[in-house]
Design a protein around this ligand. Structure first.
Ligand SMILES: [Zn+2]
Length: 106
């Protein structure tokens, strides 16, 4: 029997993403109709630069991630469901939703 263990070391890329996640807005900066700039896949990430922005699907985000971060984006946003695939990134806990149980009046 084998047991999966988390990698001990964290890459520079993961460190930068973990740092950015601390202040990342929970609101995604694109909609379901936005497409990857490299293929027809749905946008899963957005990298904002002073001269414009670029959006990628999950596959192209992973392919171009290091290049994008090295280009010092003003900001970037990656879909939480894609973050788990980046080694060493701490998947953010989703905020607890307590409203809508229909029993409390607040
Ligand atoms: Zn793509």
């Amino acid at each position: 029997m084998t047991t999966a263990t988390a990698p001990a070391e964290t890459s520079e890329t993961a460190t930068r993403i973990n740092e950015a996640l601390k202040t990342q807005s929970p609101l995604r900066p694109f909609t379901g109709v936005d497409r990857c700039d490299r293929c027809i896949g749905a946008a899963q990430s957005k990298f904002e630069f002073k001269v414009g922005h670029i959006m990628f699907c999950g596959a192209h985000m992973r392919t171009n991630l290091d290049t994008m971060l090295d280009a010092n984006p003003v900001s970037f946003w990656i879909e939480p469901c894609e973050l788990w695939s980046i080694k060493g990134v701490r998947f953010p806990k989703q905020g607890k939703v307590t409203a809508g149980d229909g029993l409390t009046d607040s």
